[in-house]
Design a protein around this ligand. Structure first.
Ligand code: SF4
Length: 419
């Protein structure tokens, strides 16, 4: 099975962009007591496997020097020992806690045994849906000894085409649904992390497809949604696009509009990243939207998130949004082709682009035909570049993603992600 050309291009570019990150030395422990009831802790690892593959156009959590299993466990111990006794929920994660190459199974066991000594009711962590396996989830649940275990999956969007063409996370909703089933069968709780502000989309598309994603994520069984605005981090494709005026991150009005579009579901929605987090390895963030017009909105969104009360949200819905300049929208297909061409030429893949441009155009057209985003009806000839059965491409990719990668796969157990 071959990787779609889109992922091949975006991964090549991202691996190059990420290759000049400087490794950081993680602290022994990191805990942020966000409220008396909620805290966030990070434990260090060498880095995310998918980051090293070039996936995820918006992500850069930094790249650490080599980390020993003892350091990972010690960071969990420091977090648990530092928690306020009133803490009910602890979010603790690396990047993909259930990926064996990032967190070795024996180390994961030790970490969860440490977490079972904490005073909290609920432990949350993050994972990629491809890493969710019954035996791992069940083991964590058992080790947590009666605490609720919530797994946040980096869904980003429920539109498979947008997920692979704009975010470069080429896995299917079938894989997601399977992960949700595994989580539920293990008596854990499934969270869908959805990002607002996906590159290549207009604001109108961001609001519409994020709202639709909330509904679809709940309909396939996710228990809770975590909605967050993208921030432009250095060493990402989003940063490269923003630098050339091809991308702007969303402001809080966008988040407000998404919430207003799914106001019947807000009891299931949590907000994240309204502020930047100074976590270990945090990238420089640029192009932040002005907060001038969103001061009151920011307070109301925070009040909603902390109190879970609908009233601040109702006031947020009633706020009048400042006038924003309408811009003429080109089709998503045109934006993608233009953006891909610019990325290929700017990052030294001209020859590859010349060879593959026509096939990429076909791939986009066929992907768009299955997408929820409004698109032009330009028709292209049928080809065999991609299977035409709906959902087939990403479904197959989900099963073959590692073996079929067309970019080198660094061995995270032996060297740096950029080595
Ligand atoms: S978004 Fe998640 S899976 Fe993708 S590179 Fe970042 S941490 Fe890894």
């Amino acid at each position: 099975m071959r990787m779609p050309l889109t992922t091949s291009l975006l991964s090549r570019v991202a691996v190059g962009i990420r290759s000049n990150r400087r490794e950081y030395i993680p602290p022994a422990g990191y805990l942020n007591q966000v409220t008396p009831q909620y805290a966030e802790a990070w434990f260090p690892t060498k880095g995310c496997f998918w980051d090293a593959m070039g996936h995820c156009t918006t992500c850069n959590y930094g790249v650490s020097v080599e980390v020993s299993p003892d350091q990972m466990v010690r960071a969990a111990e420091i977090a648990v020992d530092s928690l306020a006794p009133s803490t009910r929920t602890l979010w603790i994660s690396a990047f993909d806690t259930l990926h064996d190459r990032e967190v070795p199974p024996a180390t994961r066991r030790e970490i969860f045994a440490v977490l079972a000594r904490s005073p909290v009711d609920t432990i949350l962590t993050e994972a990629h849906p491809a890493s969710v396996r019954s035996e791992k989830v069940q083991e964590c649940v058992e080790l947590l000894d009666g605490r609720t275990f919530g797994i946040q999956l980096g869904v980003e969007t429920m539109d498979e085409f947008i997920r692979y063409a704009c975010v470069n996370k080429p896995y299917s909703n079938t894989l997601l649904a399977r992960a949700v089933d595994v989580i539920h069968d293990s008596d854990a709780v499934a969270y869908a992390n959805l990002i607002a502000g996906i590159p290549f989309l207009t604001e109108r598309e961001v609001v519409a497809q994020t709202a639709l994603s909330v509904r679809q994520a709940i309909s396939i069984g996710f228990d809770q949604i975590v909605l967050f605005p993208n921030h432009v981090k250095e060493h990402t494709i989003a940063f490269a696009l923003a630098e050339s005026n091809r991308y702007s991150p969303p402001d809080l009005w966008t988040i407000r509009d998404v919430l207003a579009a799914v106001s019947d579901l807000v009891s299931e929605i949590h907000l994240a990243w309204l502020d930047l987090k100074p976590h270990p390895g945090a990238a420089e963030v640029s192009f932040e939207p002005s907060r001038v017009s969103t001061k009151r909105l920011y307070d109301l969104l925070n009040q909603f998130d902390h109190s879970r009360s609908y009233e601040p949200l109702q006031e947020a819905f009633d706020l009048i949004r400042p006038h924003t300049q309408e811009c003429t929208e080109t089709s998503l297909k045109s934006r993608l082709l233009d953006g891909y061409q610019w990325l290929a030429r700017t990052f030294g893949h001209d020859h590859w682009w010349v060879e593959n441009e026509d096939k990429i155009a076909v791939e986009i057209q066929q992907g768009l035909s299955r997408s929820s985003v409004d698109h032009s009806t330009e028709s292209l000839p049928e080809t065999d570049v991609l299977p035409t059965r709906p959902g087939r491409v990403v479904e197959d990719l989900a099963l073959n993603i590692v073996d079929s990668a067309s970019v080198p796969v660094p061995d995270l157990t032996k060297g740096g992600a950029n080595g």
